[in-house]
Design a protein around this ligand. Structure first.
Ligand code: SF4
Length: 432
């Protein structure tokens, strides 16, 4: 099976010739990510580039990538491959390359570890000799790796513009403002059972500042693998939960735990009290931040109905960042790790329709050729923020390391990293 990038290049050429059989959400994805670095520099503002997250607003604080040296833009695939392999060989154990499941194949081939964001941050801990951790993921993942790694280890994000539009939907100022409004409404006194009015819970897909906010305010971090365990932890200590940034993970998890939908109001940060009546918030169990993943928002029930009609017996597995109707219509829902394990556990040749990012789905299809595995979304639309990491950027940061230079280091300030680590440690301790 060709890579997502190869498929997009082909679709773009075929579209130009008027003969495309497949489609991509943006032919502009076929261009080099440095085109967007340049466009951002000219426009004077950050942008997420084409693809699933293109319609999301990049906050002004979103890091911008400077211009990649011309030699890396012009290098052929073969030349970049040779240069990356040579740099890695020279660096040896001094550098470890991490690749997220949603990263493009052209980069994943150089990864020493492939996994989800938390698995990768922990994988880096198994390489204490590594002076540099090159995180081929997005910004919040590199921040988490920096929080968990040793101070003398440099965490590097090959393209600083590789952010996460969902993580950027909740910023520290808006969450602090929300927290203050909730504090005025609920007060701070615990109830008769000793439970405080509200516990903040942040998804791993959030800035270090928000993880630190949770650490400072009796809160905790969750992943898509442990969200229900973390919510149980929070309900033992609080009357309700403020969950950010992903409304879908919060809603899907709490609903599966029996929380009624009417007790899960949505908090719109642009409105007073999040756009809710006071009584609605008083009666709530989970207050959901108005955030979402633009990649997983693309999945819909119609795609599931089509898959069931075309492939009788198909098993539909989706990620809990998908909307509730999609999770309800699927056979099962779970994290990337859950999806991988579900497919690995199938002993008979089976058909799986998977609702998560296409790079991961295509890799699973290649790994398990005995099964028919396809992405529920027929349009080729990768996570466009993660897609901004291209082999050219990887070659650039690795060759800089060979010269003794650290470029694109992600550093979390100590006053943020400390409380963020507290919230992460609470998550680890909450494991069943
Ligand atoms: S897939 Fe969604 S949540 Fe994951 S990095 Fe991309 S935008 Fe963020």
């Amino acid at each position: 099976m060709s890579s997502v990038n190869t498929a997009i290049q082909l679709i773009t050429r075929e579209q130009a010739a008027g003969s495309a059989a497949a489609s991509t959400c943006s032919p502009a994805l076929a261009r080099g990510p440095w085109d967007y670095d340049l466009a951002e520099a000219l426009a004077g503002k950050p942008a997420y580039g084409p693809g699933a997250s293109a319609a999301d607003v990049a906050p002004a604080s979103t890091p911008r990538q400077g211009q990649l040296p011309e030699e890396y833009k012009r290098a052929s695939d073969a030349e970049l491959d040779a240069r990356i392999r040579a740099a890695k060989a020279t660096l040896g154990d001094r550098a470890v390359v991490l690749g997220h499941f949603y990263q493009r194949d052209e980069v994943i081939q150089y990864a020493d570890f492939v996994g989800d964001s938390f698995q990768l941050a922990n994988a880096a801990l198994t390489r204490p000799d590594a002076e540099a951790i090159i995180f081929c993921g997005v910004h919040f993942m590199a921040e988490t790796a920096d929080i968990l790694s040793r101070p003398d280890q440099a965490v590097i994000l090959p393209n600083l513009a590789a952010g996460c539009s969902m993580a950027d939907m909740a910023d520290i100022d808006s969450v602090t403002e929300c927290w203050e409004q909730l504090g005025e409404l609920f007060g701070t006194e615990p109830d008769a059972d000793g439970r405080v009015p509200v516990i903040p819970v942040t998804y791993m897909n959030s800035s270090a500042a928000l993880k630190g906010f949770c650490g400072e305010n009796g809160g905790i971090v969750c992943t898509s693998s442990n969200a229900s365990t973390v919510l149980e932890w929070a309900f033992e200590r609080g009357q309700r939960v403020l969950f950010f940034p992903d409304q879908h993970l919060g809603r899907n998890t709490a609903k599966a735990m029996g929380v009624p939908l009417e007790q899960m109001p949505l908090w719109n940060p642009r409105k007073d009290l999040g756009g809710n009546a006071e009584q609605t918030l008083i009666d709530s169990r989970v207050i959901l931040w108005h955030g979402f993943c633009s990649v997983h928002k693309r999945f819909n029930v119609g795609q599931i109905e089509k898959a069931r009609a075309e492939f009788p017996g198909v098993q539909v597995i989706v990620h809990p960042e998908c909307p509730m109707e999609v999770v309800d219509a699927a056979d099962s829902a779970g994290s990337t790790d859950f999806i991988k394990k579900a497919i690995a556990a199938a002993t008979e040749p089976s058909t799986f329709a998977v609702g998560t990012e296409i790079n991961m789905v295509n890799r699973l299809a290649a790994e398990y050729p005995q099964h028919t595995i396809f992405c529920l979304d027929p349009v080729i639309c990768p996570c466009s923020t993660m897609y901004r990491i291209h082999p050219g950027y990887l070659a650039w940061v690795l060759e800089a390391l060979v010269r003794g230079e650290v470029v694109n280091r992600i550093t979390v300030a100590d006053d943020v990293a400390g409380p963020a680590k507290v919230a992460l440690e609470r998550m680890l301790a909450a494991r069943p």
